[in-house]
Design a protein around this ligand. Structure first.
Ligand code: HEC
Length: 121
């Protein structure tokens, strides 16, 4: 009985994780015009492969704005918390970056998106 319960718990956790990733993919449709999770090649925005835990403005082949370059020099790292704050209101967190204004007001959307970003390695 206990093994069965454990198995059910694992299954439902896996199902919840799959659902979270699907939600993340839905939210990522707001980013896909400019960012890729698959390719490191040229897109209008920097590749987001490995973004969680990456230093801001760290890709050598992308021309970042002075604002983002300066944030990177001052030590900004895209931790989950920093991404959560940035995606709540990009202009409030980093005024003048060339990504422009974007806001994901729903905390569950941001959580699901950040979980998806963590899978892009
Ligand atoms: C209209 C194009 C566009 C859209 C849409 C867009 N971005 Fe960006 N993003 C950019 C550009 C351009 C930059 C570089 C900004 C700079 O240099 O100031 C950037 C930078 C970033 C960075 C910093 C990357 C680094 O290497 O430091 C993150 C994180 C990011 N975007 C996440 C997102 C997410 C998540 C979404 C969707 C919710 C999104 N962006 C939507 C164009 C876009």
């Amino acid at each position: 009985m206990r093994a069965l319960l454990a198995a059910l718990l694992i299954l439902s956790t896996a199902a919840a994780m799959a659902q979270d990733l699907r939600r993340g993919e839905r939210v990522f449709t707001r980013c896909i015009a400019c960012h890729s999770l698959e390719e490191r090649g040229p897109t209008p925005g920097p590749s987001l492969i490995g973004i969680v835990g990456r230093k801001a403005a760290a890709l050598p082949d992308f021309e970042y704005s002075p604002v983002l370059l300066e944030a990177g020099r001052r030590g900004l790292v895209w931790t989950e918390e920093a991404l959560d704050r940035y995606l709540t209101d990009t202009e409030a967190f980093l005024p003048g970056s060339v990504m422009g204004y974007l806001s994901l007001p729903n905390a569950d959307d941001r959580r699901a998106l950040i979980d998806l970003l963590k899978t892009a390695r």
